[in-house]
Design a protein around this ligand. Structure first.
Ligand SMILES: [Mn+2]
Length: 291
């Protein structure tokens, strides 16, 4: 089996001072700069690099958690090669994710890229962990079986996943007529944003819905555009920063988080708000997972 290099990459998440071997790191980061089917704003392939660059501006001491999470070890993989045919890309990414999660005990964080990558990220987790459920944080339901001729379109991200395991959706405030039948059907539990503005109530419902092992997929547009404006298909009225953090913190305390992806960051020139917020969110979540 091919092994992972022990030399640091050019850009590490948060600091190149803390290069950690992947075998001993508590967290790994895999950049996946994939963009093929974006339908409105473009540029999400530049997301991973922008998030890594922004992460270098974070303070190593987390002011909420009052600790230096990086000391647990964070290993950043070389960016996944996305220059492949659609079919080959999804096949090889799935294989790479399986290799990562079966060769280390670290919690992996995946940086997109468009949301369709989640279709390749979750199946290896579902094979590894019995009773996996997915927290889907997004403005969009992403439940179309197919869009613009592709089942791998970003608008379809969660459709195949919902056939594999339970999907709990939060932040949803944009549903197409053709995906409406899939809302709150079989494996899908959908919390429409405007009906769930009481965060305490939402949190207790979500905790009841999720199983003990949870994968979290975070679309930047799940946040309010005031928190993460740089994303391809923004929607008004999303999660406020502290509400989202509380949600992720509680879930981290009550469940075992096995993997996280952060997708759909599409950097805007001269406005680093979104990639910085994404980097801070990832570091904070690593902190929640290392208590
Ligand atoms: Mn979305």
């Amino acid at each position: 089996m091919k092994t992972f290099p022990d030399k640091p990459n050019k850009t590490q998440f948060i600091t190149d001072k803390c290069f950690s071997r992947h075998q001993t790191a508590k967290f790994t980061v895999l950049p996946i700069p994939y963009e093929k089917t974006t339908s409105y704003g473009k540029g999400t392939k530049k997301g991973p690099k922008a998030i890594l660059k922004a992460s270098l501006q974070l303070e190593l001491w987390d002011e909420e958690l009052k600790k230096e999470t990086w000391k647990n070890g964070i290993y950043t993989f070389k960016a996944f090669n996305c220059a492949k045919s659609e079919k080959l890309f999804f096949k090889t990414l799935e294989k790479e994710v399986a290799r990562i999660i079966n060769s280390t005990a670290a919690v992996p964080f995946f940086l997109g890229g468009e949301h369709s990558i989640t279709q390749a990220l979750i199946p290896p987790f579902q094979k590894k962990y019995k009773n996996l459920s997915v927290l889907h944080f997004d403005a969009h339901a992403d439940l179309r079986p197919e869009y613009e001729g592709s089942a791998h379109n970003h608008a379809c991200a969660m459709s195949p996943i919902s056939k594999l395991c339970k999907v709990v959706q939060v932040g949803i405030r944009n549903v197409a007529p053709e995906e409406a039948p899939y809302i709150n059907s079989s494996n899908v539990k959908t919390y429409l944003m405007h009906e769930n503005l009481n965060m305490d109530k939402l949190l207790s419902k979500v905790l009841k819905d999720l199983t003990s092992k949870v994968y979290i997929t975070i679309d930047a547009d799940g946040f309010d555009p005031s928190v993460m404006p740089a994303t391809g298909t923004p929607q008004p009225g999303g999660f406020a920063w502290h509400d989202a953090l509380r949600l992720f913190k509680k879930i981290s305390e009550k469940k075992e988080i096995v993997g996280v992806d952060m997708v759909e960051v599409s950097p805007i020139k001269n406005s680093p708000i979104t990639e910085f917020a994404a980097a801070k969110l990832i570091y904070r979540m690593m902190g929640y997972l290392s208590s």
